[in-house]
Design a protein around this ligand. Structure first.
Ligand code: TXA
Ligand code: MG
Length: 308
């Protein structure tokens, strides 16, 4: 069910869960004021209780209510990337945030999305918690139809069209005296570097600093096999690029031009979901791509999707 902006605001103010668009992916939204709505988000997604939610703001001033400790460099990074797909994990006063939202941690994640309609909604409702609008483990939703596939045709969605970025936000955290990327995302490391020294956090995957990283993610039901070589007589399914030649008998699901990372990123989850909709059991996916910038996030998401 598609909502008007007024209906979206009204439902959130009444403590309901709806889906809102962002520039990255669609979110499942609830006002931070309604514990039952927050509970319902976990139920709807089948989300593990130890996986905290991102708090979405419409203005940086709304941060003050959570009494955050702002690390050196935040004052440079936040204005440079907000509104936008950069999420900060900050130490906060735990009393100001329901335990469920932060999964019992003394930090919380924040971002200001770069979607003016959704910011208008947040401006009227106040801070909103919003995980990606997909059943846990499935690819995120980048179109309203994807949200309806996962949660049913009656589920209320504010239609914002096809999400521009198509990949979740990059999450950063200041720890051990430096900025670390704890989830790669729509903003690659190379775009942060002119502003800040930043590295990709690495620790044994058994104990990730970002709780969500330990779960299987972004995966279609289709068994994906990463490859850079295709037998000339291969006649199965290939997820590839419009500017490449593949075996004549193969059926191609195209992610766009191999030289256009933004296009590939936007199409990635929609293509995964199309494979499922078409009932494809197995597909080869062409991972012959550069390993920098947004390509790096794309390859990370493909790797996670192919791991089963
Ligand atoms: O682009 C996005 O970030 C989308 C849109 C809707 O804004 N949201 C999103 O939310 O991807 P979700 O819930 O799918 O992923 C949030 C990630 C999880 O991996 C979670 O573990 C991590 O953020 N996270 C949240 N709070 C955290 C905290 N205090 N410390 C470490 N990681 C945290
Ligand atoms: Mg998610």
């Amino acid at each position: 069910m598609r909502l008007t902006v007024e209906q979206a605001i009204d439902r959130l103010k009444r403590g309901e869960v709806i889906s809102l668009p962002t520039e990255t992916v669609y979110g499942l939204a609830a006002s931070i004021e309604f514990p039952q709505a927050i509970e319902k988000i976990f139920e709807l997604k089948n989300r593990p209780q130890d996986n905290p939610l991102i708090i979405h703001l419409s203005h940086i001033n709304q941060l003050n209510a959570f009494e955050p400790e702002l690390p050196a460099g935040f004052e440079i990074l936040a204005p440079a990337f907000w509104p936008g797909p950069l999420t900060f994990v900050l130490p906060i006063n735990p009393k100001t945030i329901p335990e469920k939202v932060r999964a019992g941690l003394t930090t919380a994640a924040f971002r200001i999305p770069n979607n003016s309609t959704t910011r208008e909604v947040i401006e009227k409702v106040g801070p909103i918690v919003m995980p990606s609008a997909n059943i846990s483990g499935r690819p995120s939703s980048t179109k309203p139809e994807h949200v309806e596939t996962d949660f049913g045709m009656d589920f209320p969605v504010l239609d914002g069209g096809f999400c521009e970025k198509g990949l979740e936000s990059t999450i950063v955290m200041y720890t051990d005296g430096a900025w670390k990327i704890i989830r790669e995302g729509a903003i690659p490391k190379e775009h942060l570097e002119p502003f800040m020294d930043v590295s990709i956090y690495s620790k044994p995957s058994s104990k990730p600093i970002c709780p969500g990283q330990k779960y299987r993610h972004y995966a279609p039901k289709t068994h994906l096999i990463e490859t850079t070589y295709f037998e000339p007589d291969f006649d199965g399914i290939i997820v590839g690029y419009t500017d490449r030649n593949y075996p004549h008998e193969a059926k191609i699901y195209s992610l766009g031009l191999s030289t256009a990372p933004d296009e590939i990123a936007q199409n990635l989850y929609a293509t995964f979901r199309q494979l499922d909709a078409d009932g494809i059991h197995e597909a080869l996916i062409d991972i012959d791509l550069p390993r920098h910038d947004v390509f790096k996030t794309i390859l990370e998401r493909i790797k996670k999707a192919a791991k089963s």
